[in-house]
Design a protein around this ligand. Structure first.
Ligand SMILES: [Cu+2]
Length: 472
């Protein structure tokens, strides 16, 4: 059913994946698929937000990072690493109202909490040097002064981040604001965060972990449930898609190619809605879509497929079952949110991403990460243009770049303007082998040391990270 040609076409339609990676791997085993568990056996868990303690001036949470035994696959228990015992919890925050989190590390490994997409001071950014040791704790302050967007919290510790995230330490963080509230987009129970990821389970339900065997992770989880079904009303839903996988690309398609509306990305709403039939969701990225189930009769079932599965793997991600009618006062306005003008760039930088097959290291500008080295020194409020080039032409490995602290806008890809679905604020950009992109960004408010890195977590662990010191 799936051919390379189809994938190519789908990629072209999405306007980003201009070439299909010959392999997303280096040295990965092609992986013998386990007998795929039958899909759609369990309902989607729609997360209700964690309840903060409402204090004067901020919302306070205590998050304990700890192991927990939970049911992911029906009939088995799986030991995960969790926030407060929950897989994929949800925090909802409000622009202008800070969130303060006390993180208590009850794991036996270090943990460094990072709000991905967050505009936060250096001491709260999860710099690997600030990792919380087992038994330790730390306070994180999130000012929430940025525009509404879908963010996520994950580990950034130096050596255990990929495994910590794989074992469950990923929380969705939805930031709302007045601007979005005034829009007639679907709200409340019709606004649903969906954390997408993959995993590999042993026969006893245990999570199998091998940094390099990401192609062997054939079980797709949505909000922690394997290929779930979701009973929806025949009306519009806003779906916030977050890819918390270590390395997996989701190339999403609804049904046989049903149309949906792409409304947002990493940094919040797009300037205008984009009708789409496929969507690429790379690790670390967020995309928001509106699906109008009102087009379908009660009884209709629509499968969300990943049309870029690994070999021997089922494409189904989840299924939407239209089970009831409901009034629908929501709509998608013709304009959403303009991108801020970042001014004229005064600094240009080059970032060349590559792989050293001899050492197994992934490199930025030919260097692996060194905590004692500052790679670049941007100045506060000075606009920069970064050219990101993926030089991995030998193996065809895709790479991404995610600068902390501030979002960017994409100026061009290979000299061409970005597709409409990439015209909003972004904080993670994937560049295919042999290609390049330019982004414009400006760091504001906070000085100090921050990271930038590839969000393919195996690459990050193998060195693909740099350090910037932002000064005045
Ligand atoms: Cu990479």
């Amino acid at each position: 059913m799936l051919t390379r040609r189809n994938v190519l076409r789908a990629g072209a339609a999405a306007g980003v994946l201009s070439t299909v990676p010959a392999s997303l791997v280096i040295g990965g085993r092609s992986g013998v698929a386990r007998a795929a568990e039958s899909p759609f056996r369990v309902p989607l868990k729609v997360r209700t937000p964690l309840r903060p303690t409402r204090l004067a001036g901020h919302d306070f949470y205590r998050l304990t990072t700890r192991e927990a035994d939970v049911t992911l696959l029906p009939g088995t228990r799986t030991r995960i690493r969790s926030f407060n015992g929950v897989m994929s919890p949800l925090i909802v925050a409000r622009r202008g109202r800070p969130v303060v989190i006390e993180q208590i590390n009850s794991l036996n490994v270090p943990f460094s909490m990072h709000l991905h997409g967050g505009h936060v001071p250096g001491g709260s950014d999860g710099h690997p040097e600030n990792e919380v040791k087992p038994g330790g704790k730390r306070i994180f302050r999130y000012p929430n002064q940025q525009r509404a967007s879908t963010l996520w919290i994950h580990d950034h510790s130096h050596h255990s981040h990929a495994e910590n995230i794989y074992r469950g330490l990923a929380a969705t963080y939805v930031l709302t604001d007045d601007f979005e509230d005034r829009l007639p987009l679907p709200k409340g129970r019709y606004d649903v965060p969906l954390q997408l990821r993959d995993a590999k389970f042993g026969e006893n339900g245990a999570l199998d972990w091998d940094l390099h065997d990401f192609e062997g992770r054939h079980t797709l989880l949505v909000n922690g449930s394997p290929r779930p079904y979701f009973e929806v009303a025949a009306r519009k839903y806003r779906l916030r898609l977050v890819n918390t996988s270590n390395e997996r690309l989701f190339l999403l398609q609804l049904g046989d190619g049903e149309e949906f509306t792409h409304i947002g990305t990493d940094g919040g709403l797009l300037p205008a809605p984009v009708p789409a039939r496929t969507l690429q969701l790379w690790p670390g990225e967020r995309h928001e879509i509106v699906v109008d189930f009102g087009r379908y009769a009660v009884g209709r079932k629509l499968v969300l497929n990943n049309t870029y599965p690994y070999e021997g793997e089922a494409p189904e991600v989840m299924r939407f079952d239209v089970v009831r009618n409901a009034p629908d006062p929501s709509s998608v306005p013709a304009t959403l949110r303009s991108v801020p003008d970042l001014g004229t760039s005064a600094v240009e930088r080059e970032f060349t991403l590559s792989f050293n097959a001899r050492t197994g290291e992934h490199l930025i500008n030919n260097k692996p990460f060194d905590t004692d080295r500052v790679d670049i020194r941007p100045r506060l409020n000075v606009t920069e243009t970064w050219r990101i080039t993926n030089a991995d032409t030998q193996f065809g490995i895709p790479h991404s770049l995610h600068p902390h602290l501030d979002a960017f806008r994409i100026l061009d890809r290979n000299g061409e303007p970005p597709a409409a679905g990439e015209a909003g604020l972004k904080d993670t950009i994937t560049v295919m082998a042999g290609e390049s992109a330019r982004v414009q960004l400006r760091f504001t408010d906070y000085t100090g040391r921050f990271m930038y890195h590839c969000h393919m977590l195996g690459h990050l662990q193998m060195g693909m990270m740099g350090q910037m010191e932002i000064g005045r």
